[in-house]
Design a protein around this ligand. Structure first.
Ligand code: FE2
Length: 377
């Protein structure tokens, strides 16, 4: 049985070696006067809790911890499992660029293990969908196969997890390529791996690309894990990693009338506690960088160049060919994508659109919680 000890000051208690502050416990009390039973939303504001709140008594009762708060003289029972999963008395990660355990950086070795969902199975909405969405959270991308070959089929893919994010390019955009022998000289044209639309703020966090026609040779799709690239840069040269994380780049798109999209964000984005949370990399839309001090600019450009070389390294890339009825979903805050060059004649028709990660995570996590609950019952 768990043991609880109360600090004589009443300002915190310790259970199973984990400390919890009185004010934290009181704010997170699960009782029906603090939290709405139906939607779990908090019914009180912090101003309703006395600043001098302390714990006057604490006792383990079965799978619960009963805590009495002063001066309110209010007793609340916490679930011990809940306390354990929400404990914050753990050593903080000191590494700049740490990633959450559910994120798995990858390189070309992922090639044989690309997350793939069968469209018909995903549409049923059960286990197959939950696993596929979980893999997109983990790896930052996933393929869908055996889908319909019809105009707008990519919206059916978005419907699996969220909502289309409309932009000035419309609800979706067309990627049509006709390759003919007379301009073969141009068919080698591939694109450097990039994240899309870094000039938007917030950036579209999901992109869906879906293939409707593919008779041209070549033109494979390629993805690179931007987190893995950033972490490799850190391993090679911490100064390079830091200069890209510590300074904002600028991105811009003003390529059509009435549109002037600008953003000021770093290429490697860290949370205040050092967590790696985003990568922006797009040579076509990088604007003049003006937020790096003069004495750092040469290092900044050396770091930007090296990050590009890492991204271009074949050891980092996973390639696959999209056939009609196949598509992929990519976490645009993390995974870069590109198209390889063409080497023959024919046509290629893809449709693309944007969506957002919050919807994808929500769909996955709601399914995961429901599964967890079922298993527990
Ligand atoms: Fe793109």
């Amino acid at each position: 049985m768990a043991t609880v000890t109360l600090d004589p000051s009443g300002s915190f208690l310790t259970i199973e070696g984990l400390r919890f502050h009185a004010i934290w416990l009181r704010d997170n009390a699960p009782d029906p006067e603090t939290r709405a039973a139906g939607n779990g939303q908090r019914l009180i504001a912090l101003r309703d809790i006395p600043a001098e709140t302390t714990i006057s008594a604490a006792e383990v009762q079965g799978a619960g911890l009963s805590v009495t708060f002063a001066p309110e003289d209010k007793t609340v029972t916490f679930d011990l499992n809940w306390l354990n999963t929400h404990a914050y008395d753990r050593p903080a990660s000191s590494a700049r660029g740490w990633t959450a355990p559910e994120i798995e950086p990858w390189d070309a070795n992922l090639m044989g293990n690309v997350p793939i969902g069968d469209f018909a199975e995903l549409t049923k909405g059960g286990e197959a969908l939950r696993i596929w969405l979980g893999q997109i959270k983990q790896y930052g991308f996933g393929k869908v196969v055996n889908g319909p070959v019809k105009d707008g089929a990519l919206f059916d893919v978005v419907d699996l997890f969220g909502f289309v994010r409309e932009t000035n390019y419309g609800r979706h955009f067309e990627v049509r390529t006709e390759v003919n022998p007379t301009n073969l000289a141009f068919t080698g044209l591939g694109l450097q791996a990039h994240t899309d639309n870094p000039y938007r703020d917030p950036v579209p966090s999901v992109q869906v690309l879906y293939c409707l026609e593919s008779s041209a040779a070549g033109g494979e799709n390629m993805v690179v894990d931007g987190f893995a690239a950033a972490l490799r840069l850190r391993e090679e040269n911490e100064t390079y990693f830091n200069v890209l994380a510590n300074h904002c780049a600028r991105f811009e798109y003003a390529g059509e009338d009435g549109v002037c999209l600008t953003s000021r964000r770093p290429m490697i984005e860290l949370a205040p506690d050092g967590a790696l949370i985003g990568v922006r990399f797009n040579n076509r839309s990088l604007a003049a960088v003006t937020d790096v001090p003069f004495d750092q600019m040469a290092t900044y450009y050396a770091a930007y160049r090296r990050l590009g070389e890492i991204i271009d390294d074949e050891a980092m890339e996973v390639t696959f060919r999209l056939e009609p009825g196949e598509g992929f979903v990519v976490d645009n805050t993390r995974v870069l994508h590109a198209r390889k060059g063409y080497s023959g004649e024919g046509t290629r028709w893809l449709q693309g659109c944007y969506s957002d990660l919050d919807g994808l995570r929500s769909t996955h996590d709601a399914m995961a919680r429901a599964t967890h609950k079922e298993a527990a019952e």
